[in-house]
Design a protein around this ligand. Sequence first.
Ligand code: NAI
Ligand code: MG
Length: 362
Amino acid sequence: NMIKVAVVGGEGIGPEVTAQSRRILGWFATRRGVPMALREAQYGLIPYLATGKVLPEDTANAMDEADAILWGATGGPETKEVPAEARKAGGLLSLRQKYDLYANLRPIRANPALSESSPLKARILKDVDFVIIRELTSGIYFGEPRGIEKLPDGQRRGFNTEQYTTSQVRRVARSAFELARTRRGKVCSVDKANVLETSVLWREEVTALRAEEFRDVELSHMYVDNAAMQIVRDPAQFDVMVTGNIFGDILSDCAAMASGSLGMLPSASLGPVDRYGRRKALYEPVHGSAPDIAGRGIANPLGSIQSVIMMLRMTLNRPEDADLLEKAVDLALANGARTADIAEAGMRKLSTKEMGDAVLAA
Ligand code: NAI
Ligand code: MG
């Protein structure tokens, strides 16, 4: 049975880095027999100029039908050439909502070759290998009521609403427990239950779900302020961390630095499990369209390539192939392959395509 993969490079460096991860996917299809039907589609300014839509029908269909979407990036100065309403109609935020991609996974892994390049990093980052799961479709970013109002005394008051329901907490917690089962069997749930009602509910529901279905997984709880400190002090203690939307936003950027460069970081956003046990997934590098370096062929494709590792593991069900690609990335780096963003003084700087070559060779 063919697994459907839509490849959407998008804008800025998106198409440049995605071209390399597309080559890697092709390699796994032909050389390792991974059964997938690849469909490439355009997104952004180019289709807008041709069709009047940033998300043309063909692309929307490809994404609707896909089991997995490999996404590049969107945004940048060219955005200004597209009217706001045309942008919004097919924006990434609305796509995430359309597919209900509620669990955002960001693996944080200190690459051995890079962590040895600095004494400080080698000491702190050795053995760092954890995944942050951030709830992506609820919490204070979406809660109602929200707004800015005028007060009788002439001041203004801005307000947002933090909210979580039982099912919203449970489904993302379930993703965390299931992922932990495939890793080191530990979940750390992060909240602020000493001051927030939503966090009290969060903690109760996560605890109850574990008692009901995941007694084999070790569960701990941590306040978010302490979690921020622990990520800096001793990140190797974590296996899977699960948290709400705003805490996850901040903690994942903080943790990101453990792996060296924004250009290296992969992510996956997962939707609900359907009645056939499948779940829609969007894989993308954490970085954006990087307009400052777009068009020069120097972007680091490893964020996108490492997103393919996640796709192999989670959608394509090929853990050995995921391990193989992970080793290839490590080996390429150990052999000294560096794009400009991770090169140290005196090292040759590879182009985007040359980094793709290095991973394929490895
Ligand atoms: P950015 O991630 O595009 O760039 C931040 C900095 O990191 C830049 O200096 C860039 O050159 C560098 N960088 C990023 N990726 C790199 C790579 N692969 N290799 C080497 N260097 C890399 O973030 P920024 O500048 O805040 O946003 C630019 C545009 O991207 C905005 O329009 C933003 O809305 C959009 N964006 C889109 C995302 C998506 O499509 N999921 C995610 C984040 C931002
Ligand atoms: Mg952020």
